[in-house]
Ligand binder design. Structure first.
Ligand SMILES: C[S@@+](CC[C@H](N)C(=O)[O-])C[C@H]1O[C@@H](n2cnc3c(N)ncnc32)[C@H](O)[C@@H]1O
Length: 307
């Protein structure tokens, strides 16, 4: 399996993002460079892109891809460090910020990446291999209740308690070490008709938990406010409802200029509006894009402008 990923909502996202040919743009989810490349094509010789990815395979691949391209700076950092990266680069403000959340096709399809239940490999699921806890550590060491809660909260899986009980029974005799072992445990308490969906949900839940994906997303959104230039845009593409809800709620809250109780005689909260919402409803891929790239089917893109 090659190193590849087909970028989602490519033209649409960059149309919203790039307004200034000589601007400085940030991409928090470099992947295999599709969006970064498209930003570059819209920039003049003086424009710049600063891109990062926690995954070192993606980072190494893009180091080679953009070798000699002076307008690009690459980082192997978490995107929540957007403000730190801006400081390192001596950038006060970005002219636009993009995040294309989740994982790439390479991460999902490649055994070496260890993100899919479809290939038997070590049960790891860390995007950043320097994180201390793998998915195997989590399911071998945590309480049954905690495992059930994670599967329910981050996978929205109704059978979370049954699955956690079976994990807890299994690990009495043997540590759970591989994706196949976990898959068999889940299959033993799941109706075969729903197995594919359940496996996706459980693996997704563990990945979100191990990488604290929702916490990092919240930090990224908050930290981007201090380095996004007034009048510039924040563009976020998400792939599941938990992420999309966080983006939607953040945009809504940052749009408000007052959070006092409705019956308060005067405003005392001191809140200021930091974002104008550009996309009242999320933008989704066209049918033709989904036909070419079925991973695009769940994508939702939201755009807001710094005020
Ligand atoms: C959907 S892919 C991005 C694809 C990319 N836009 C392209 O065109 O090739 C998501 C990427 O974000 C990375 N990622 C996920 N969470 C991240 C985080 N908190 N910080 C930095 N990168 C992250 C993943 O490792 C993955 O490579």
């Amino acid at each position: 399996m090659g190193l590849s990923h087909t970028p989602v909502l490519l033209r649409e996202s960059i149309d919203y993002l790039v307004a200034k040919k000589s601007g400085v743009y940030f991409e928090g989810t470099l992947g295999f460079g599709g969006h970064t490349q498209e930003i570059l094509t819209r920039l003049s010789g003086t424009g710049r892109v600063v891109s990062t990815d926690v995954d070192s395979t993606a980072f190494d691949y893009c180091k080679k891809l953009f070798d000699g391209e002076k307008r690009v700076s690459l980082y192997n950092y978490n995107f929540s460090l957007i403000d730190v990266i801006a400081k390192i680069e001596s950038i006060e403000f970005f002219d636009g910020v993009l995040a294309d959340l989740g994982v790439s096709s390479y991460q999902l399809d490649n055994a070496a990446a260890g993100f899919s239940y479809k290939v038997n490999t070590e049960l790891d699921l860390r995007l950043n291999k320097s994180l201390r806890k793998t998915a195997a550590d989590f399911i071998n060491l945590e309480t049954e209740k905690m495992i059930a809660d994670v599967i329910f909260e981050f996978g929205e899986e109704k059978n979370s308690r049954k699955i956690a009980r079976r994990i807890s029974d299994f690990r009495i005799n043997k540590k759970i070490e591989t994706t196949d072992e976990l898959k068999k445990i889940i299959a033993s308490v799941t109706n075969p008709r729903y197995l594919t969906k359940t496996l996706s949900r459980v693996f997704q839940a563990l990945r979100i938990y191990v990488n604290d994906e929702l916490g990092e997303l919240r930090s990224f959104l908050e930290n981007s406010m201090s380095v996004l230039k007034k009048g510039s845009r924040l563009v976020v593409i998400s792939y599941h409802s938990l992420e999309d809800r966080i983006v939607k709620e953040f945009f809504k809250y940052e749009n408000l200029s007052c959070v006092c109780p409705p019956d308060a005689p005067i405003c005392t909260c001191g809140k200021v509006s930091r974002l104008n919402i550009i996309t009242k409803k999320p933008i989704t891929p066209s049918q033709s894009e989904i036909e070419i790239n079925k991973r695009a089917h769940s994508a939702k893109m939201r755009v807001a402008e710094r005020t």
